[in-house]
Design a protein around this ligand. Sequence first.
Ligand code: MOS
Length: 762
Amino acid sequence: MRAYYPSDPAADVPASAPERPAPWAETSVVGKPLPRVDGYECVSGTAVYTRDVALPGMLHAAVVRCPHAHARVKRVDTARAASLPGVRAILTGDSPGAGLPWYFAAGGATSRLLDPHCRHEGEEVAAVAAESLEQARDAARAIEVEYETLPFVIDPAEALKPGAPPIHEGGNQVREREAYERGDVEKGFAEADHVLQETYRTPCEIHTPLEVHGSVARWDGDRLTVWDSTQGVFGVQEQLARCLELPLSHVRVVGSYMGGGFGSKLELGKYTVIAALLARQTGHPVKLFLTREESFLCAGNRPANTLTLKAGVKADGTLTALQLTGLGSSGAYPSGSGTGYQVADLYLCPNVRIVETDAYINAGRARPMRAPGFPQCSWALEQTMDALAERIGMDPVTLRLKNVPNVSQRRGGQPYTSTGLSRCLEQGARAFDWEEARRRPREHGPILRGVGVAACIWGYTGQPVSTAIVKCHADGSCDLTLGASDLGTGTKTVMAMVVAEELGLPIERIRIEHADTGTTPYAVPSGGSQTVLVNAPAVRAAAVEVKRQILELAAAQLGCPAAALGLRDGAVVGPGETRLVLKDLKGLQQQRVLVGVGRRHPHPEGKVALPFAAQFAEVEVDTRTGEVCVRRLLGAHDSGRVMNRLTYDNQVFGGMAMGLGFAMTEARVLDPETGRMLNANWSDYRIPTAKDVPAEPVCLPVDPEDAECNSVGAKGLGEPATIPTAAAIANAVYHATGIRVTEPSIDPSQLVRRLAERRERG
Ligand code: MOS
């Protein structure tokens, strides 16, 4: 799909891939609502996040950033800064290493680490390392930069017009238009009883993870160690090694506790390379973390999109054609931004055409953000489904149920391992009391009430590459070693549960080592909702291997077949009263450690495993103020097996809260006069608070027991949890008011104006 989600490397899977364990019949640990294994550390403040890392002799860095939307650096004067107390090193575009190529588009490098051509507000111009953070920031302010300001463009449509300010050589269109086509849409529209077309716009949303982006870099001779707040230590290691021309073995990237990423920490950041260069220059470890304001400008976003969707439907609810035309922008640098997947795959439709264009603008660049492209598409597609249902006089749930596919049309008709979409819609509607809620009176004095639904699919199957190591010590306690990062989603907890399940061990006796390229085996980045479904099977395979060794040793000692034995409560158990605690297992006592290595098996051949969801919203609209209050949210999810009900609920509640922000309040605002961001702070950029989300959101796992998707039966959850929320809320607002919000946000001032206009028209 895009670079962060490489296509399934079927050819890379070793032919001797180990036999895949059979699906669990019954589980005793997996699926239980167990609290986080690191919950105490997180809430007590003893957990060390990358932001907390402090090394002896460590210096602090600060970055000089371009204050203009588009400018050329003419002169950088560091004399005054260099004379300030505590300053140890200054990096400018002329320093060794500062010109290394950055951002690659088709045809080669499009930018440099410290590039004199600044293409958006906040681009890195120079950096300082000093003894204290305050000294570093003072020195950064003392660096004098002379800019030649350039004309700028912040609107993608304007950027594509002739004569627009050129942002890169070769024009402002990022690449050839992305197109997808099947069937014959013109024929499909001709066959339709009704054809609707509407243009929807979505906001540019910022990730704003609690922990900002940053790294600590330390050199030992020509070996570099970096502590990075990242979703994927191995990706950062690889990109850093390439940048600095070092062997992988000379670059160690260490993850820690993490305060979220949402996709903005899937790749190497400039801050990491700048810290590494300053550390090399000074011979001291260097820490560089973005400020909150910098993270708004330079750490990525979900790009704004304009999506025109044309849809044809027969009177009986059969979809005949869907056509999506999209215009978006990745900002000043290329980044995948396709939105069309769901148009091609969520509902049965023989005729589909998708054409998407991406333009450079003078603004911070996009990065993948929690289901990149999907919430945008959902805003258009699911509001369109709502409008189609109304047009043909059909219930919106019924219309969707009528068009549920059981094969992936976008993937050449491959069947799904499980399709829980119908169950999500049916069970969700029942739990939400949908039909009754649709019928209830809408008017309550000045308050209008309404309910809405939206469904989704998530389109990434995960890269089936992961290796895990389980070690069983002489006392029967275990270490699990895994390369994956835990973004704060509970990865460590779920993986420990898998080990506890197989080895019959209390979860407290498992120690977890994770996300360190120096000590843990390779793992793909924790993104694309793949963390559990890619890693848990490898963890399970490693635990199963250790179990095999334990049982074989026990069988020899007890003189019975291994197949008759099992593991429970830290002991080998067998027929009758047979019970052998691991401390009495002779083979283990001699070896002192048993080691199992597990690998992820390939995806099932000829089938595709993807998650589905349906979400339901109830809103109240105050017609006097236009204020929208989201009273109820229910997420019905088919993500396969529930590994841990608490972390599962966390994902769904968090995803719906984020979707609520996308629908209502979150939007980057760029000043048309200057091209600069007007709300690059947590006060003016409004993410939902506890007061904005329903008091009791509902999570309804729809568990279809997928025995085929992988050996643990789980599909992805993190991203589908946020895809349909905004559209469900918009559909509820329509149900309440009859007003269709096609604009980026459900904005009270707009809503109150439209309600007033309608009253005047009578
Ligand atoms: Mo996600 S956008 O793959 O972290």
